[in-house]
Design a protein around this ligand. Structure first.
Ligand SMILES: O=C(O)CCC(=O)C(=O)O
Ligand SMILES: [Fe+2]
Length: 216
């Protein structure tokens, strides 16, 4: 009999189903956290984080930037994807290979093969920031899943039903956790509760979230 006492390979991340079509892959991005954060800094060097306006005229508490072919933006004219940063007029920077590989790997582990995101929205939350319940529905093809990577301080993710009024479940998310939803869960309402003050060795008081999508 052989024992695995000396096996140094990292354990498989725990997979926790939320509902049919949605799953949390605990710690899947933990090992690459520092490199992901370095890439976020590079992207933000070209397209700085900004707090955008909702169509209703409110300033979002979350600051955002994007990379990939298509960036998600919002202003008085509405929510949409576009190929240029509205602040600079320049194209968004390329999606780092590490981002693409992580997103495809997470999707595959969740049962969605051949996910090739063309958009990465990078959300930055400071204490007090939140994201209300919403559906991700500005994409062309709802057969493509969403991959959502949490970095930095912990937060409570809300995952609800097909109607805004459906009472959402609460999923605590930590640095390196990845949530994937698609199929029957693709249009479920979701959001995050107000970020609490905390200190993370890699991000200080910040939480970052990478949302990978196939926009077109
Ligand atoms: O920050 C999160 O975990 C969720 C972000 C989100 O739902 C979005 O960007 O559409
Ligand atoms: Fe979302």
């Amino acid at each position: 009999m052989t024992m695995d006492l000396f096996d140094q390979s990292p354990p498989e991340p725990r997979a926790e189903p939320i509902c049919e079509g949605a799953i949390v892959l605990r710690g899947l991005a933990r090992e690459s956290g520092a490199e992901l954060l370095a890439q976020i800094e590079r992207v933000a060097g070209q397209a700085p984080f900004r707090q955008m306006q909702t169509p209703g005229g409110h300033t979002m508490s979350v600051a955002m930037t994007c990379c990939g072919d298509w960036g998600w933006v919002t202003d008085a004219k509405g929510y949409r994807y576009q190929q240029q940063d509205p602040v600079s007029g320049a194209p968004w920077s390329n999606m780092p290979a590490l981002f693409r590989i992580l997103a495809a790997d997470a999707a595959l582990k969740a049962g969605y093969a051949e996910f090739e995101p063309d958009s990465c929205l990078i959300n930055r939350y400071l204490p007090g920031a939140r994201m209300g319940l919403h559906q991700d529905r500005n994409e062309k093809d709802f057969d493509q899943p969403i991959v959502s990577v949490s970095l930095g301080t912990p937060v409570t993710f809300q995952f609800g039903g097909m109607r805004r009024s459906d009472r959402p479940g609460r999923v605590p998310l930590e640095h390196g956790d990845v949530v994937v939803w698609g199929g029957p869960a693709r249009l479920r309402y979701h959001g995050v509760l107000t970020l609490k003050a905390a200190d993370h060795p890699l991000t200080g008081a910040c939480r970052y979230n990478l949302t990978f999508r196939r926009a077109r």
